[in-house]
Design a binder for this molecule. Structure first.
Ligand code: PLP
Length: 387
C-alpha cells in the first residue's frame, strides 16, 4: 500500500486523545508573587530544567521572564542550547556538571554559565577561554551538606585562589543547594538548613571583600519561602513558579496557581456485571453491575502504574474512581453513578475542572512520590497545549 504525501501531512488535533494544558499566565503571576517575597535587590532565577518541569521550557522561560525572573537555570547543556535557539538571551546557568572540552567550549560560545566543582574544570575553562581570547564567566558550587554536586567546603578556598590566578575566568557566582528545606519547618529539616546556611555564610565571610559582582545563591523554592536570610543575591525557584508550595502544611493559605492540567478523552464505555475482573491481573473485581469508561492515557504517558486504584479523576467537576491496573496506554474509571457520560468526554487527571482540582500532592501521597517527580513524568506523547 502506498501512502500519498497528503496523508503523511495529516495533522492530528492535539486534544484528540490525551494532552497537557499549560497556563503561562499562571507562571507569570506565580513569578510576580514570588518576587514580592524576596529580600531587597535579590534576583530571581527561574529553574526550567527537565523541559520546564514538564510544562515546556520555552513557554515557562518566557512567562517567568515576563513575571520578573532575570536568570534561568537548567540541568543540561542541551536544555540551555534549546533556550538560546528560541532567542532567549538572559543569563543561563547550567546546574549540572560539564566536564569535557567540547561541552565547555559550547558553553562559552553560546554565552552560557557552567557550574564548576573542581580545579580540573577551572583549568579546562581557562584553556578554552584563552584560545578564543574571551572572558568565561563561571559559577562555583560548594557542598554545604547536600552531598551531591559541589566542591568540598574544605577545598573551596583553593579553587577560588586558583580561579583568581586564571586570567580568562570570571567568578560570577558562588552557590550551594539545600538538602532539606522543604521538610516541615522544625526538627531535622530546621537543623540541617540552619547548618547549611551557617556554612555558606562563613565561607562567604572569608572571601576577599572586593568581590562586589559575585552573585551568591542558596535557596530553592522551600528556602525562598522559609527564611529571607537564605535569599542572598539570588534565589533559584522551580516548584513555586509552577504553582505548588513546597510546604504541604502551607497549602491552604497559598495563592500560587497550578500551571498545568493533564486531560484525556474517554474512548469506550462498557457495562459489565458484578464480579468482573478489570484490566491486567484482575486487581479490581466489580462488586456491582458497573458502567466503566476506558480513558486514553496510561503509564507510557506518565500516569504511573503505582497509582493504580489509588486515584480519582474529574469529569465535569465530579470525581470518579480509577479502577484496576493502569496500563501502558489506557486506564479504566468507574462511572456507574453517571449515565450521561459519553465517549469523547474530557477527563481531568491533574489540575482543575469547574473549580474542583487534583494536585500532584495527591498523586505523590498515593504512590510514594514527590510533586517534582510527578510533574516531570509526563512524556513526549502528550502534546503541550498552551492556553
Ligand atoms: C540546584 C538546584 N537549584 C534549585 C532548584 C529548584 O528547586 P525547587 O523546584 O524546589 O524550587 C533545583 C531543583 O531541583 C536544583 O537542582
Amino acid at each position: 500500500m502506498k501512502y500519498n504525501s497528503l496523508s503523511l501531512d495529516t495533522t492530528i488535533d492535539p486534544q484528540q486523545r490525551a494532552w497537557v494544558e499549560v497556563f503561562p499566565d499562571a507562571i507569570r503571576e506565580n513569578t510576580q508573587l514570588v518576587k514580592t517575597l524576596l529580600a531587597e535587590n535579590c534576583l530571581l532565577m527561574a529553574v526550567v530544567k527537565a523541559d520546564g518541569y514538564g510544562h515546556g521550557a520555552g513557554t515557562v522561560a518566557e512567562a517567568a521572564l515576563e513575571g520578573g525572573a532575570s536568570n534561568l537555570g537548567v540541568a543540561t547543556l542541551q536544555e540551555a542550547l534549546d533556550l538560546r535557539k528560541l532567542g532567549i538571551t538572559c543569563p543561563i546557568l547550567i546546574l549540572g556538571n560539564l566536564v569535557n572540552f567540547k561541552d565547555l567550549d559550547a558553553c562559552l560560545n553560546w554565552d552560557l554559565i557552567p557550574t564548576l566543582s573542581s580545579t580540573k574544570e577551572a583549568l579546562l575553562c581557562q584553556k578554552i577561554a584563552e584560545s578564543y581570547g574571551k572572558q568565561f564567566t563561571i559559577h562555583i558550587k560548594v557542598d554545604t551538606g547536600m552531598t551531591r554536586l559541589g566542591c568540598d567546603i574544605s577545598a573551596v578556598q583553593i579553587l577560588i585562589n586558583l580561579i583568581d590566578t586564571l586570567e580568562n575566568l570570571v567568578l560570577g557566582g558562588i552557590y550551594s543547594h539545600l538538602a532539606m528545606a522543604d521538610g516541615f519547618r522544625h526538627g531535622q529539616s530546621e537543623i540541617i538548613t540552619s547548618l547549611q546556611k551557617q556554612r555558606f555564610k562563613s565561607l562567604l565571610s572569608n572571601l576577599k571583600p572586593a568581590r562586589t559582582s559575585l552573585c551568591r545563591h542558596l535557596a530553592n523554592s522551600a528556602g525562598t519561602f522559609r527564611d529571607k536570610a537564605l535569599h542572598f543575591d539570588m534565589v533559584r525557584v522551580g516548584l513555586a513558579l509552577y504553582g505548588y508550595n513546597p510546604f504541604e502544611d502551607f497549602l491552604d493559605n497559598c495563592s500560587l496557581k497550578p500551571a498545568l492540567a493533564v486531560r484525556a478523552r474517554i474512548t469506550l464505555i462498557r457495562d459489565v456485571p458484578a464480579q468482573t475482573g478489570i484490566s491486567y491481573g484482575h486487581n479490581f473485581i466489580t462488586k456491582r453491575s458497573s458502567r466503566l469508561a476506558v480513558v486514553g492515557i496510561g503509564y507510557a504517558d506518565g500516569v504511573s502504574r503505582a497509582l493504580s486504584g489509588k486515584i480519582s479523576v474529574l469529569i465535569n467537576g465530579c470525581f470518579y474512581p480509577q479502577v484496576g491496573s493502569i496500563t501502558m496506554d489506557q486506564l479504566v474509571i468507574d462511572i456507574t453513578e453517571n449515565k450521561d457520560i459519553r465517549i469523547g468526554d474530557v477527563v481531568t487527571l491533574l489540575g482543575s475542572d469547574r473549580g474542583v482540582s487534583i494536585t500532584p500532592y495527591e498523586w505523590s501521597q498515593a504512590c510514594g512520590s514527590i510533586p517534582w517527580e510527578i510533574l516531570c513524568s509526563f512524556k513526549y506523547r502528550l502534546p503541550r497545549v498552551v492556553i
